[in-house]
Design a protein around this ligand. Structure first.
Ligand code: SAH
Length: 466
């Protein structure tokens, strides 16, 4: 079975540094069910392809999975699609030969590890239960352009129809480590092969590899169920762990315990000032249907509900825990029915398209983007400015220049331990202007909180309108 990854990033041969394999040589290693070869069919400045060829030995495969397959039809243990089809065995091979790349380490190109680069994956024979639609449902939300062509059973006899195998290509601007973890988790999900036994350690693997992107994925249930081979108990345990953990990139900063940001910014009560600034814009634009993306414990939602002109408010957050706090703060349980019908809380991620987020006048994204990995910022941009497209988008984020004025914040540190970046005024303005230009919005920049002549305001705000 074969998998190839191609890049046209310049110099393309840097791919070799990311996967820790020299493009001018051939690498082979042994695994429990055969051999894995890593070769470079092409390696030039302009284009570099690394291919992983897994040479499955059916005899070793039977030995490794003995016990799980005893009831199988005897010959099928030896004569099956496993040597040819890109399945969970490929995931095992990937973690063996690209384990360091998957963990995001590169001695020679440390900066490239976190840089999204153009990558294309070719999976010429991929077993897919659910066909092309399923491949799209699984990979498109992660930002991939998907090609999936069914392979006929026999091209000489078109009447026989298609096989369950697809020729799949995936392309995206993505970090190599994300791409590898996506493949590691999702190839077995496409295959949906139930042949072998899974144990609770598979939950750990899933959370370790996918904790940061699976929680907000619209197909997280299907992915988890299939990954855990339809084991009901493991699936429900994994899903509740995923939702509770809200680990790493999902960006849930445990608002109750996260004293850092509030205590740093607290003396000037920036939280309230941000809400006031956002409310003012919403009022001035006459917006009636409002999204609060990354709504946290729902302070803005509570204030919006007090405004008589507002028809509907929807709060979205990736963290189950903060949504529970928001529900409490709003007294959702005991709200009068008319008031209740004006508000909705949704769990999801701002980096995924979600049809429930379409049709709004304004979206507020207050102090949220800095919780996203830089590589997921493009996905957020596409979701809000290309897909949901509210008339007004209000984004606030810390102004990193102002940090020197916070006496209790050590130099060079972020205001919150979950922040992935904090931007200067010119960095934020550059990003906003590029987004506005790409997505046909206009944008105005301003500050919130009393400004410092040299460093500006503590919070920066961008208001996009179309
Ligand atoms: N807007 C609120 C909360 C800011 S804290 C306020 O101003 O008070 C950041 C919030 O963003 C957290 O509640 C966190 O759970 C949420 N968040 C982080 N990453 C997210 C993502 N990818 N999608 C949705 N919400 C996210």
């Amino acid at each position: 079975m074969l998998l190839s990854i191609t890049t046209r990033y310049r110099p393309a041969t840097d791919l070799g540094y990311l996967v820790h394999k020299n493009p001018s040589s051939h690498y082979t290693t042994e695994i429990a069910f055969g051999h894995v070869h890593v070769v470079y069919p092409e390696a030039s400045e302009e284009c570099c392809t690394v291919s992983v060829l897994v040479d499955v030995d059916p005899i070793s495969l039977v030995r490794t999975h003995r016990g799980a397959m005893v009831n199988e039809f005897a010959l099928s243990q030896y004569v099956n699609d496993r040597p040819y089809a890109t399945s969970s065995l490929m995931s095992v091979a990937l973690s063996k030969v690209f384990g360091t790349a998957m963990a995001g380490r590169s001695k020679e190109r440390p900066n490239l590890v976190d840089t999204p680069i153009p990558l294309e994956v070719s999976l010429p024979v991929t077993p897919c239960r659910g066909g092309a639609r399923l491949v799209r449902r699984i990979f498109e939300p992660l930002g991939y352009l998907v090609g999936a062509d069914a392979i006929p059973l026999d091209p000489r006899f078109p009447d026989w129809g298609d096989s369950r195998y697809m020729d799949v290509t995936l392309s995206a601007e993505v970090t190599l480590k994300s791409l590898l973890t996506h493949l590691y988790v999702l190839l077995p999900v496409l295959d949906d092969d139930k042949h072998y036994w899974v144990g609770s350690e598979e939950i750990e693997k899933l959370i370790h590899r996918a904790g940061d992107w699976l929680v907000g994925h619209p197909e997280r249930e299907l992915i988890t169920r299939r990954y855990l081979r339809h084991d009901r108990q493991l699936t429900s345990e994994a899903l509740s762990r995923l939702m509770e953990d809200d680990t790493a990139d999902s960006g849930a900063p445990e608002p109750c315990q996260s004293v850092d940001e509030a205590s740093i910014e607290g003396p000037i009560n920036l939280k309230q000032q941000r809400i006031d600034a956002v409310l003012e814009i919403i009022r001035a634009n006459g917006a009636r249907r409002i999204l609060d993306l990354g709504c946290g414990e729902g302070r803005l939602l509570a204030e919006l509900l007090r405004e008589p002109g507002i028809e509907q408010v929807v709060g979205l957050d990736v963290s189950h825990r903060v949504l529970e706090q928001a529900a409490k703060r709003l007294y959702l349980d005991t709200m009068a029915p008319r008031q209740r019908s004006r508000v909705e809380l949704l769990q999801g991620s701002i980096t995924y398209r979600d049809s429930r987020l379409v049709g709004f006048d304004a979206a507020a994204v207050i102090e949220v983007i800095e919780h996203l990995d830089r590589s997921r910022l493009d996905a957020f941009e596409r979701m809000i400015f290309a897909y949901a497209r509210p008339s007004t988008v209000i984004i606030t984020t810390p102004n990193s220049e102002y940090n020197v004025r916070f006496l209790n914040l050590p130099a060079g540190e972020f205001r919150h331990r979950d922040h992935r970046f904090e931007w200067t005024r010119s960095e934020f303005a550059d990003w906003c202007q590029q987004v506005a230009h790409r997505r046909d919005y206009s944008v105005t920049m301003s500050g919130i909180g009393s400004g410092d002549p040299e460093f500006g305001s503590p919070t920066q705000m961008a208001v996009f309108t179309r």
